[in-house]
Ligand binder design. Structure first.
Ligand SMILES: [Mg+2]
Length: 556
């Protein structure tokens, strides 16, 4: 109301200290007209006779900086779907929040809606602040790793900054450090080939890593990363600071607690964004350019595959008599399987050619850098843009249906060649033939429908599981038994081993290497090969191309 009143004024009043004072029982505001009151009125009134609000009154006020509020994105599938944030009031009508928490909310900015619940009482505020603050949820209860962490540009920046031999001119380095308000000691100055003063990229990063971190792991780019007494050596990428996969991030939060972890995350993400800005990072369609030689080789690989298919079809003949059939399959099915293998190999070959050339442009090619560091996209995506797209599939098979005896009227009836059934030898960059485009859309539609159906199904499954288990509780007895509200034992020991996964290290109860190193005084001589948990990055926005990736569940 107050805000609406102000809209009509030429000089709106600044924010009042309070908007209204209401009695929580009768909801009566101050009555400005009747100053004189009876005893009963006096008792009910919001104000005493001096005009001061009486204790117990509800004071309405504006939301101000520093208030805490619960932020939520639906579907609320896990604990981290509702977290407490500190409010900063800004212009405009949209919520904004730190990109590092996109992962647990599963939020992107293609029209997502989120809810903000402003807490009203001091008790509720305190409780929410202790239990639900973002910091408290960096480590997931699922496996004890960080779900809040760097994404996209944070990873690109880290990668640019930490690649071996990266030198940052002092003026840029100072700007980056200024971005995080760094006031401590500066890193050592070295000279580059032009005899200019520079910082080493890894030294800049080392500044913000706590001194008690000792760590050794293999990065995505197959580089050994060693962190010793807070100084880092080796390329940092998604495996170091990425959400759901960052080993360095895990280590810092696990050893130094959420408060320090959040500080590190804040500084690191700001530093890497500054690095992107200072060093420059841009991608364009020419990142997928290939030389004419490679293009010819790709075309040849595809043509070879098509010829192989023709030969196979000729060997099959009209009815497949004398065609070697696999056990349990009809001749037709065997033929289809063989053709699929041939075409997939053809696509693979074309992709490898593209991949090889793209990899050679490595350090200067932003698209490749993003794929390698895990910032966005995969080498598979790049081969589809530069190499060839491959077979369009419906239910894992080549296209079957459409017109009488053919998929499209552009082909001969009964044709079973590569092109007739949806093999796409072109790439997204070179462009698709109309028939290829149509057939890709057919398979694209299937995966779109699959995604829609899958979300509904898994949502219902989640609901059933939650309802089935919502009265289960881990008891503080010797074996940490799981019991329901009727005190019946469901599990003698929680999870059969009594281990709290949120205190574990990616599924195992502890990191044995750290303990051994601690006991022997060694410095993590072993490389821990731990399977990364990566979610499939499927775009959910309508209109995005969905294409069945050849590799199940991830990159490379
Ligand atoms: Mg969205």
């Amino acid at each position: 109301m107050w805000e609406l009143e102000q809209l009509d004024k030429v000089n709106p009043e600044p924010l009042p200290e309070h908007l209204d004072v209401i009695c929580p029982h009768c909801g009566s505001p101050e009555d400005p007209i009747y100053g004189e009151r009876t005893g009963i009125e006096d008792r009910l009134s919001t104000f005493d006779r001096d005009g001061n609000p009486k204790p117990g009154m509800l004071v309405e006020r504006h939301l101000i900086d520093g208030d805490v509020a619960i932020f939520n994105r639906q579907p609320s599938l896990h604990r981290m779907s509702m977290m407490v944030h500190e409010v900063r009031v800004m212009q405009g009508h949209t919520f904004r929040f730190n990109l590092a928490v996109c992962t647990p909310y599963n939020a992107d900015f293609d029209g997502d809606e989120m809810n903000l619940h402003v807490i009203q009482s001091e008790e509720a505020r305190a409780e929410a602040k202790i239990l639900m603050r973002v910091q408290e949820h960096i480590l997931t209860p699922r496996y004890g790793g960080a779900v809040i962490g760097g994404i996209h540009d944070h990873i690109s920046g880290a990668y640019l900054l930490s690649r071996p031999g990266t030198l940052i001119r002092v003026e840029y380095g100072l700007e980056m450090l200024g971005n995080i308000g760094w006031t401590g000691k500066l890193p050592e100055i070295v000279k580059d080939e032009n005899n200019k003063d520079c910082f080493r990229g890894q030294d800049i990063i080392s500044l913000i890593i706590p001194d008690n971190i000792h760590l050794r792991f293999r990065s995505r780019s197959n580089d050994d990363v060693v962190v010793r007494e807070g100084s880092v050596e080796g390329t940092l990428d998604k495996r170091a600071i990425g959400a759901e996969d960052g080993r360095l991030l895990d280590a810092i939060v696990q050893t130094n607690g959420p408060e320090k972890g959040a500080k590190f995350l804040d500084e690191f993400t700001q530093l890497s964004i500054a690095a992107c800005t200072a060093l420059g990072f841009t991608t364009g369609i020419d990142d997928e350019d290939l030389s004419p030689i490679s293009l010819d080789a790709i075309e040849k690989a595809n043509a070879d595959a098509r010829t192989l298919v023709e030969e196979e079809l000729a060997a099959f003949g009209k009815d497949g008599k004398g065609y070697e059939t696999r056990p349990g399959r009809t001749p037709r099915e065997t033929l289809e399987e063989n053709i699929m293998v041939m075409l997939d190999e053809g696509k693979q070959k074309a992709g490898d050619i593209a991949k090889d050339e793209l990899n050679q442009s490595g350090s200067t090619n932003a698209a490749v850098n993003m794929a390698i560091s895990g910032a966005r996209g995969s080498m598979d995506n790049l081969t589809m843009m530069a190499g060839s797209i491959g077979q369009a599939k419906v239910r894992g098979k080549r296209l079957e249906r459409g017109y009488n005896d053919r998929v499209l009227a552009h082909f001969k009836r009964g044709g079973r060649g590569a092109l007739d059934r949806g093999f796409i030898s072109n790439s997204f960059k070179r462009g698709l033939e109309p028939t290829e485009f149509f057939m890709l859309s057919v398979s694209g539609r299937e995966s779109l429908v699959d995604t829609a159906v899958r979300t509904a199904k898994s949502g219902y499954m989640q609901r059933r599981l939650i309802n089935a288990m919502d009265d289960l509780k881990v008891y503080d007895d010797e074996m940490l038994s799981v019991r329901n509200t009727a005190n019946r034992i469901i599990q003698f020991s929680y999870g059969e081993d009594g281990i709290d996964p949120s205190r574990g290290v990616h599924g195992s109860p502890f990191n044995i290497d750290v303990i051994v190193d601690d006991a022997l005084g060694t410095e993590g001589a072993t490389v821990v090969e731990r399977k990364s948990r990566e979610r499939d990055e499927n775009e959910e926005d309508m209109g995005a191309w969905e294409f069945e990736a050849e590799t199940e569940g991830g990159e490379n």
